[in-house]
Design a protein around this ligand. Structure first.
Ligand code: NAP
Ligand code: ZN
Length: 351
């Protein structure tokens, strides 16, 4: 017995997303059934369904910024009960036994993490994400959404929030640190809010000055356009930490020049094409160029508590399911302020 649910997704990398019907597995002893209320649109959803990161098991219902309510629990579930407010991010399972999983870094599972969509779960089924009315997830990958956070503004924290909180926390953003956030989109706007709440001095580096007022409201103290070549001279050697959220290729050498000696640029944006750099750009000044992959389950819960304590939700535009394709185009045009969130109550009813 499975549960048939309404969803929205892509059957082909070149065609618009459309209504889908998908099956959710019957609950295993440790599974939780969640009624999805809101699902954020991450740029990774677009990279994936359009095949930019390689072939996918289409049809795929994407969505890994999920907020909802527990409506049923398996007989051995101990962490959650019916009615709990919960979230699900980019992962829904991992081996649970390797050194990475035991360390709470499930995203780096040595046997391969099961992603929330377009992945194969332990039953051999293709996973489908949050652009749907319900999802079944093993309790160890379900997060508790603190009471102070509304579900709609909490949904984007499950990916954009943890993907920026993790490198900011791991690389020591805090008082006395100069942090630059490159790209003011979904991830970037959360990076600004979180870094400012951690006490760092935050600068936004965006393609233009169009969003300057927003950047300052979100917590930055300065804002520069990267289309202006003087930015790369005036800000040279300024930053201890750069969080790079750009979804396209870029001039890595130019941005590394903005780091102070022993500074680090952590890349979270993942353009499909490779990039090159002069290795001297990191050797001079002893700088680090690093990547960061979402964050583990314990750190995701820590991030949700941090955001609730600091009153940080995402800045969102709630849309209906039939606006998803239009929202994708606006994300691609850097016209998002700052996360689209789907109200799943607008998914087509099943006959
Ligand atoms: P987004 O909302 O589209 O934001 C990306 C921002 O990058 C845009 O708002 C824009 O900012 C800037 N940008 C876009 N194209 C650019 C270009 N050609 N040149 C310079 N800047 C450009 O996307 P997102 O959802 O935040 O995701 C950003 C990236 O992170 C994507 O590649 C996504 O797949 C990746 N991601 C990675 C992880 C991870 O674990 N590492 C997790 C989630 C997402 P401005 O308008 O301010 O210039
Ligand atoms: Zn994402």
């Amino acid at each position: 017995m499975t549960l048939t649910v309404s969803a929205y997704g892509a059957s082909d990398p070149t065609k618009p997303l459309h209504p889908l019907t998908i099956e959710r597995r019957d609950l295993d002893p440790h599974d939780v059934l969640i009624e999805v209320k809101y699902a954020g649109i991450c740029h990774s959803d677009i990279h994936t369904v359009r095949g930019e990161w390689g072939r996918q098991p289409w049809p795929v219902a994407p969505g890994h910024e999920i907020a909802g309510i527990v409506t049923e629990v398996g007989p051995e579930v101990t962490k959650f009960k019916v009615g709990d407010r919960v979230g699900v991010g980019c992962m829904v399972d991992s081996c649970g036994e390797c050194a990475q999983c035991l360390d709470g870094e499930q995203q780096n599972c040595e046997k391969g993490v099961v992603f929330t969509y377009a992945s194969t779960d332990k039953h051999g089924q293709t996973t489908h994400g949050g652009y749907s009315t319900h999802i079944v997830v093993t309790e160890g990958f379900v997060l508790r959404i603190p009471d102070g956070l509304e579900l709609d503004v909490a949904a984007p924290l499950l990916c954009a929030g943890i993907t920026t909180y993790s490198p900011l926390a791991n690389w020591g953003a805090g008082p006395g640190k100069q942090v630059a956030v490159v790209g003011l989109g979904g991830l970037g706007h959360m990076a600004v809010k979180i870094a400012a709440a951690m006490g760092a001095e935050v600068t936004v580096l965006s393609q233009s000055l169009k969003k300057q007022e927003d950047g300052l409201r979100l917590g930055a103290t300065s804002y520069f356009a990267t289309s202006d070549p003087t930015t790369f001279r005036s800000q040279r050697r300024r930053f201890d930490l750069i969080i790079n959220t750009i979804s396209a290729t870029m001039d890595l050498d130019a941005y590394l020049g903005l780091l102070a000696p022993r500074g680090a640029m952590v890349c979270v944006g993942m353009p499909p094409e490779p990039m090159s750099l002069h290795i001297g750009s990191v050797i001079g000044g002893g700088k680090a160029l690093a990547g960061s992959n979402i964050g583990g389950i314990p750190q995701t819960q820590e991030m949700l508590v941090f955001c609730a304590e600091h009153g940080l939700g995402a800045d969102i535009e709630v849309i209906s399911a039939d606006q998803i394709n239009e929202a994708y185009e606006r994300v691609l045009a850097s016209d998002v302020r700052y996360r689209f969130v789907i109200d799943t109550a607008t998914l087509p009813a099943l006959n």
